[in-house]
Design a protein around this ligand. Structure first.
Ligand code: AMP
Length: 331
């Protein structure tokens, strides 16, 4: 009995190490407690030497390794560009739930050159490899796929995946070629890692809609799971790019969420009025330069005149050289 108690407390410590989000997310709490109970029972009947192995993340960097073994477990993939933060942590938590007790969570970290338009921040995009590894370990990720650009793309590549309708507006207008790069790499990740489901964040609202469309149009047998926007305490949507902001810009950037809320809360029906309210709030903040603010239908992403339950307000705003995006549903 004493042996069993000792085992359980070891497992409890390990689960806490694997699920740091249970402390920062109210909604995560109940599920991580369920996870805790399962793991305690599970580990209590295992050889304790297996524990460190079970908690470690398997890191793969080549396509050949990733495709080497036929997979038996249900796999849920979280595609990222790294510089992991608490929103990624939430995606991983959701992936863990979707994978179930016997499934596995795979995270990919790949700063995809194809989705960066010329002159953008591809080179300076943060790549904190060790911190990301540690993050994945703490979050209970089973598999980390972290290939180089040369591994993913042949020099003479000539095949791309392009969605041609939803990609033509909003981010697609401001960042030509961006979504072709996104669809190409996500399709490749789906082929390489063969997940049963994949998790994406609503912060990249248009990206999510385009991935869903690609999955439908190309018959990928993969469930797409959406996660609501995760925000910092002051309302700024978490983003790896927030670290580009200097302290003044970081403070001003909170205006984005305020503008979205003000535009929604005014209860206007005319999309022009909704946009005008958001513009006014943002223009009142020093350092902000609006790229676009639009109300569109959440499925077609087409501009609408009268805001309704399926409308979403999206914006992209520069603070200095840093371009931030955010959105809010108007229902
Ligand atoms: P990234 O590493 O920026 O490419 O993001 C990887 C995934 O995390 C994408 O599906 C993003 O939409 C999602 N994500 C990033 N930031 C947030 C956030 N603040 N809230 C929800 N999802 C996010």
């Amino acid at each position: 009995m004493r042996g069993r108690i000792a085992l359980q407390s070891t497992a409890r410590e390990m689960v806490h190490e694997r699920c740091p989000f249970s402390r920062s997310f109210g909604s995560a709490h109940a599920s991580s407690r369920r996870f805790l109970a399962v793991v305690i029972v599970d580990f209590a009947i295992r050889d304790p030497t297996e524990l460190s192995e079970a908690a470690d993340v398997k890191i793969l960097s080549t396509v050949a390794e990733a495709q080497a073994k036929p997979r038996v477990k249900r796999r849920v993939l979280v595609p990222t560009m790294g510089a992991l933060h608490k929103a990624h942590g939430e995606l991983i938590r959701v992936a863990r739930e979707a994978a179930g007790k016997d499934g596995e969570v795979a995270v990919s970290i790949f700063v995809n050159p194809l989705q960066f338009e010329p002159g953008s921040d591809y080179k300076r995009y943060p790549r904190p490899e060790k911190a990301d590894e540690k993050f994945c370990r703490s979050a209970g990720v089973d598999l980390l796929f972290r290939p180089s650009a040369d591994e993913v793309y042949e020099n003479d590549r000539s095949t791309f995946v392009e969605e041609t309708s939803l990609s033509s507006t909003l981010e697609g207008k401001s960042r030509p070629g961006h979504f072709r790069g996104v669809c190409t790499v996500v399709a490749k990740l789906f082929n390489i890692l063969a997940p049963d489901a994949a998790v994406f964040g609503e912060k990249d609202f248009q990206q999510l809609a385009i991935i869903r469309r690609m999955v439908r149009d190309l018959n990928f047998d993969i469930d797409i799971i959406a996660v609501p926007i995760v925000r910092e305490g002051d309302g700024l949507a978490c983003s790896s790019r927030n670290q580009y902001l200097n302290p003044k810009e970081r403070k001003r950037a909170t205006v984005l969420h305020k503008a979205l809320l003000a535009a929604k809360d005014a209860g206007k029906k005319s999309a022009d009025d909704v946009v005008r309210i958001a513009q006014k709030v943002i223009n009142g903040a020093p350092l902000a330069r609006i790229d676009y603010i639009e109300v569109v239908d959440s499925e077609t992403l087409k501009p609408i005149e009268i805001a309704g339950p399926s409308s979403v307000l999206l914006l992209a705003v520069f603070f200095g050289k840093t371009r931030l995006i955010d959105n809010l549903r108007l229902n």
